[in-house]
Ligand binder design. Structure first.
Ligand SMILES: Cc1cc2nc3c(=O)[nH]c(=O)nc-3n(C[C@H](O)[C@H](O)[C@H](O)COP(=O)(O)OP(=O)(O)OC[C@H]3O[C@@H](n4cnc5c(N)ncnc54)[C@H](O)[C@@H]3O)c2cc1C
Length: 405
């Protein structure tokens, strides 16, 4: 060997189950650190990480509050954003009892808000350095029917209060108070998904798409992943399988305790008209509206705890369309061009499960981000990549405790 020969130490290999936004951000940070990464997904096209509202708004973490009346209404099949299937409650009453216990518990809220803010900084760095076009819009609003409620919440959430006149100017009707978060952003999730996938492939990720993966565990370690006919061996393994994480982790005897919460996105063309000039959450209804480009508006809603059911009831869709008809001044220019759904991976206590799996020495888990899964994806990827690199963040040590629950 000559004096000038460089010795390149190839870092370890990592295999990731789940090519959603969380799996891809884990891959992104690991690739940047020099790891060899394989990402496996049974669904080649993506689902939840494409079909969401795309609002990166950590300040709104505490909203919405779910009251006991909402739960009774949801169980009775009433109109509204929340729906709960009694069949699902019977199947796993403990999850629902725990969720009821934690519904209005704000003890961990500030930690999640801070985590979201750290993630937002990583998004800014990511978009600046990678030049991915995801229709990024700065400034997101939350609107309310009650001016007083908006005023009060603007103080609690540290946003700027705006009155009805300004709201009307932004393209919305019959909403009497709002809050603007000028530093929070909206993205087009379809473009983020595509840009991120292209980026990790460019960085060298090996993708195994279209086959269901199974973890094989032996003597306290993951031995390999079986995906179709392929056996994938790696030094370390990550499960970022969203709403399917419980079943993927069964062979490792870990239960992250995820319940899928379905939501819908409806896309509209706009006849090239500006419908709204600021993306917003209509908080009284749990509906989000964003105009990504000159001819594309996305409306999202529903939090449905009813398992992996794929049918949107006509009555519920009509409820949604009636509300946006009332509150979007330019609704007449909107034409439906697509309807999509996704499943938020939710824990009963609203705390994500991010960390090393207990008693399996080469397995890491990142799931349970629920309504904030896109917002928290970069920080999730960073936390996991630092753990794998043997330099775990002290700041996020608290998240690991929940893996054992
Ligand atoms: C309507 C709606 C609106 C939302 N709005 C927002 C929002 O505004 N802001 C926000 O931050 N979040 C939002 N969310 C939540 C967010 O979309 C999710 O939390 C996030 O996409 C979850 O990403 P993930 O990578 O963890 O999981 P997923 O995107 O579900 O990815 C997991 C992947 O694992 C794969 N997989 C599972 N099991 C296996 C297996 N055995 N073998 C191989 N592959 C497997 C799946 O196919 C899937 O592609 C919304 C969600 C919905 C539905």
């Amino acid at each position: 060997m000559t004096k000038n020969t460089k010795i390149i130490h190839k870092k370890e290999s990592v295999a990731i189950i789940g090519a959603g936004v969380n799996g891809m951000f884990c891959a992104y940070y690991l690739l940047k650190k020099g790891y060899q990464v394989t990402v496996i997904d049974k669904n080649a096209e993506g689902l939840t990480s494409k079909n969401n509202a795309g609002l990166l708004t950590p300040s709104l973490t505490p909203a919405p509050k779910i009251s006991i009346n909402d739960v009774i209404n949801a169980l009775a099949g009433g109109a509204g954003p929340i729906s709960i299937s009694p069949r699902r409650v019977v199947a796993d009453p403990i999850w629902f009892l725990k969720a009821a216990k934690y519904a209005n518990d704000e003890s961990q809220t500030q930690r999640i808000i801070d985590m979201g803010k750290d993630s937002l900084k990583l998004y800014t760095e990511f978009f600046d350095s990678e030049k991915i076009d995801a229709d990024v819009k700065k400034g997101v609003a939350a609107f309310y029917s009650s001016k007083e409620e908006a005023k009060e919440l603007s103080k609690k959430y540290n946003g700027k209060f705006i009155g009805e006149k300004t709201i009307t100017h932004l393209g919305y009707n019959e909403l009497h108070g709002g809050i603007i978060f000028k530093d929070e952003i909206s993205i087009n999730p379809v473009k983020l998904f595509a840009g991120l996938r292209e980026k990790i492939i460019k960085l060298g990720a090996h993708m195994e798409l279209g086959e269901e993966a199974k973890l094989y565990v032996r003597g306290g370690s993951v031995d390999y992943i079986q995906a179709g006919t392929k056996k994938i061996h790696a030094d370390k393994y990550i499960v970022t399988a969203g709403s399917w994480s419980n079943s993927v982790l069964k062979s490792a005897k870990v239960n992250p305790y995820i319940e899928p919460a379905r939501g819908f996105s409806i896309l509209f063309s706009t006849n090239n008209k500006t419908i709204i000039s600021t993306p917003a959450l209509l908080e009284d209804y749990g509906i989000a509206v964003a105009q990504h480009s000159a001819n594309l508006v996305r409306v999202t809603s529903f939090f449905e705890l009813q398992g992996e059911d794929h049918n949107l009831k006509k009555k519920r869709e009509e409820w949604l369309l009636n509300i946006i008809k009332t509150h979007l001044a330019n609704y007449r220019n909107m034409r439906i061009i697509g309807k999509y759904y996704g499943f938020r991976p939710c824990t009963p206590n609203n705390i994500p499960v991010i960390g090393a799996a207990p008693e399996i020495n080469n397995l890491f888990i990142a799931t349970g981000q629920c309504r904030l899964g896109v917002t928290l994806a970069p920080i999730t990827g960073k936390i996991i990549s630092e753990m794998i690199d043997g330099k775990p963040s002290k700041k996020y040590k608290w998240l690991q405790n929940f893996v054992k629950n």
